[in-house]
Design a protein around this ligand. Structure first.
Ligand code: XIL
Length: 333
């Protein structure tokens, strides 16, 4: 099968990537490891969970990077073996580029997967500000020199679970400023992103995100990119993907499709697979058409447990054999 990352890079993009993580079932599947360790196939990796707050700071001030370091070590071991290994020369990206491969630190903060000492801490805003600053500073500093960071926030995710801390309610939207400023201070070269879903086509949430970008930029809050997650349903793509990407890049940020999965209601049929092929081609083509869209990353690990009865969302099957959707991606690259 065609090496997606090589083709994406030859077409001027930075990477084609995938989500995975240390300790996941796929990482003990030789077929997936063969796929993930082929930096011609993937040039970027996003940890599904090991970089998140509940994993990295399970109790206040007690940091644990075991799984996150394991994933970073996988990248260094697997991707640095290539003859094209090149250590990063510090420039505007902060990645250790293994063969031009990037790890995206997902994430600095979001509403979910917060440790209970944070989500039920009942802290006042001054204390919570300090806690957030300490967390972001420590996590970003730990990975300085290794990764690009996605200071991911669910900015307009209003589906707050009562058990989780209501960051926006306690800190207001300033939690975004706090996280981005702390990340920039900890690692001036890391690329900082806000990453969200349902902003891929025009609508209230995309408009709100566009306004947020303008606001942050106007106040010189550090922000380098917007991650549009790209969690789609077969046959239900927004009709204005490219123009939405362009609306963000016009504000002076780069963009990327950061978590693309295009799910279907099971069981799969030939018609659904054919539509999924068209949809993957459409999504990747939109990024290819926009100069400052830097890459596409697939996701999907969350679908079976989140969307009952839906799945089969990736360009390859559970045995990591390519599907028609894979051909759709190749056709777009
Ligand atoms: C999901 C992971 O894939 C799951 O394993 C975890 O249980 C919950 O989070 N958008 C995001 C990701 O930004 O962090 C989410 O990842 C999927 C939706």
């Amino acid at each position: 099968s065609t090496n997606l990352n090589d083709v994406a890079k030859s077409a001027g993009k930075l990477y084609f990537g995938t989500e995975t993580d240390a300790g996941t079932p796929e990482m003990s599947d030789s077929q997936f490891v063969a796929l993930a360790s082929n930096s011609a196939m993937f040039g970027q990796i996003t940890p599904g969970n090991s970089f998140k707050w509940d994993s990295t700071e399970p109790s206040q001030g007690q940091f644990s990077f075991t799984l996150a370091d394991e994933l970073a070590a996988f990248a260094e071991k697997e991707w640095s073996n290539s003859s094209r290994y090149e250590r990063l020369l510090r420039h505007h990206f902060l990645h250790r580029i293994f063969n031009n491969v990037y790890i995206l630190g997902h994430n600095c903060v979001w509403y979910n997967q917060l440790p209970s000492w944070v989500s039920s801490g009942g802290f006042d805003s001054a204390t919570l500000t300090q806690i957030l600053q300490d967390h972001v500073t420590t996590v970003v500093s730990h990975f300085t020199g290794q990764i690009q960071l996605g200071c991911s926030q669910r900015t307009f995710q209003r589906r707050w679970n009562a058990a989780f801390i209501r960051l926006p309610d306690t800190l207001g939207q300033s939690y975004i400023d706090i996280a981005l400023q702390a990340a920039r201070a900890a690692d001036p070269n890391a690329k900082l992103y806000i990453n969200d879903y349902n902003i891929e086509g025009s609508g209230a949430k995309a408009s709100a995100m566009l306004s947020l970008v303008q606001d942050l930029k106007s106040r010189n809050i550090p922000l380098d990119g917007i991650g549009l997650q790209g969690h789609f349903i077969v046959g239900e793509l927004p009709s204005d993907l490219q123009s939405t990407l362009e609306a963000f890049t016009a504000l002076g940020v780069e963009v990327a499709y950061t978590e693309v999965d295009i799910r279907m209601t099971l069981p799969e049929t030939d018609a659904l697979l054919e539509q999924q092929q068209k949809d993957y081609q459409t999504v990747v083509a939109a990024c290819m058409a926009v100069e400052n869209c830097v890459g596409v990353t697939t996701w999907a690990s969350w679908i079976p447990t989140t969307f009952s009865g839906q799945g089969d969302a990736l360009p390859w099957d559970e045995n990591f054999q390519t599907k028609p959707a894979y051909d759709g991606i190749v056709a777009a690259l």
